[in-house]
Ligand binder design. Structure first.
Ligand SMILES: Cc1ncc(COP(=O)(O)O)c(C=O)c1O
Length: 415
């Protein structure tokens, strides 16, 4: 990136007043050199960086955008609520309306409660499970991401062993390892937490196998423990009733955030009657949890998602993108490995262990106006129409051409 750019100037200023200049997984030093850190605006499925370059966005603000940036129905609902009031001494009527809508939409839900971030929701699920069972142990899949707080953050900085003392690990999609983990904590099992699908960073994504999902339900039932689905990342992109509806399993508790309010800060826990008392008994609050604008946005978002078959549309667009990329990769002699649900894809190149080829491809696409991520789950939205996919594929054709050339040169040098 040009040293004189607005992005570069912002990074230099940030380095002085923000630890590390930026932090966490949205730090642009974790994506290939050339990616912008700062953005200035968005519309539909497009974003503009601080220097005014526009991109078709396949990260959707890392998931929260699902109907399109600035969706008129969501914005109108939010504006109407803002004119009436947002954070007040107690919740607005939107709280009850949204809880009713979540209960009506999510298959396993008898109740809902709200917070601000996905981490709030996953943490509340674990706390409710412990309160509801009076037990301590929680089974967590190795490598799964459930949030940025000591009990589950992937970092070890500032985390003590005691923070994770009651976690026991199993392998996703491996019923035997789940049973073994459950067997090791007999009499003390509070919960099994599962991701909607296996979406570990930098790895192929894997959908849940039916046999594994049903085994998880059975193991939880036999121990009278809670089955928690962490639907923070996938919620409302795969199935409006909850992601594990696809494998025919109803969890006791689910954690939601990201897409539920089309970009507004909101998270939710849904649960069944078995854990209603556990949920009632825990102490949970927050300065902004009852604010009405994000709830009004969420009501409009969920209503529109339901009324427009957005899941079907995102899936069809994802399949169109996937087929197009596959054909282009083949044409340029590159082995592209695409995985995950079509509307939440990740693509990795065969043999590209250090992800250098994937990074080059993403930079070539970025420079031509498409924002992909080389290792993280990507996201499509209802604003990614078939026309947008075709526009994207015109750009990726050029990006493949560019890396095929580089790739051949590198191979020749190495050989
Ligand atoms: C599966 C999953 N769980 C939990 C979280 C944590 O959500 P948040 O970052 O909103 O706290 C995320 C965030 O990416 C996630 O993908």
């Amino acid at each position: 990136m040009d040293q004189q750019s607005i992005d570069a100037a912002l990074r230099a200023r940030a380095a002085k007043v923000i630890p590390g200049g930026m932090w966490g997984h949205q730090n642009a030093t974790r994506v290939p050199v050339g990616y912008p850190q700062y953005f200035s605006r968005s519309e539909g499925c497009r974003i503009w960086d601080a220097d005014g370059r526009s991109y078709i966005d396949y990260m959707c603000a890392w998931g929260p955008m699902i109907l399109g940036y600035g969706d008129p129905d969501v914005e109108e609902a939010a504006a109407r609520q803002r004119a009436q009031g947002d954070g007040l001494n107690g919740p607005t009527p939107r709280l009850v309306e949204l809880a009713e809508l979540m209960v009506d939409t999510v298959a396993h839900a008898d109740w809902a409660m709200f917070s601000k971030n996905g981490t709030d929701a996953t943490t509340a699920c674990v706390t409710i499970a412990r309160a509801g069972t009076g037990r301590r142990k929680v089974l967590v899949a190795r490598g799964a991401y459930h949030g940025a707080i000591p009990w589950c953050t992937p970092s070890v900085a500032g985390v003590t062993e005691e923070d994770r003392a009651h976690l026991v690990y199993y392998d996703y999609n491996d019923a035997a390892s789940l049973e073994e983990a459950a067997g090791s904590v007999k009499g003390d099992l509070a919960a099994i937490i599962v991701s909607a699908f296996k979406h570990d960073l930098g790895k192929d994504h894997v959908l849940p196998e039916r046999a594994f999902a049903h085994a998880a339900r059975r193991v939880a039932d036999e121990a009278d423990a809670a089955l928690i689905v962490d639907d923070v990342r996938a919620g409302f992109r795969l199935d409006m009733g909850g992601s594990w509806e696809l494998v025919g399993v109803k969890p006791d508790l689910s954690a939601w955030s990201k897409a539920i309010a089309n970009g507004r800060a909101l998270a939710a826990v849904t649960g069944n009657d078995r854990f209603r008392e556990g949920a009632r008994s825990i102490f949970t609050t927050g300065s902004f949890w009852t604010a009405g604008v994000s709830m009004a946005a969420s009501i409009a978002t969920i209503t529109k998602l339901r009324n427009t078959d957005a899941v079907g549309l995102m899936s069809a667009s994802g399949e169109r993108l996937r087929a197009g990329l596959q054909a282009q990769a083949r044409k340029y002699g590159l082995a592209l490995r695409q995985s995950g649900p079509a509307q939440m894809p990740v693509f990795l190149f065969e043999g590209d262990e250090d992800r250098s080829l994937g990074s080059r491809f993403c930079v070539e696409a970025l420079n031509r106006g498409v924002y992909f991520h080389p290792t993280h789950t990507m996201f499509l939205s209802a604003a990614h129409t078939s026309e947008i996919i075709d526009e994207t594929l015109e750009i990726t054709e050029e990006a493949f051409k560019a890396v095929a050339h580089v790739h051949e040169e590198l191979a020749a040098k190495a050989g």
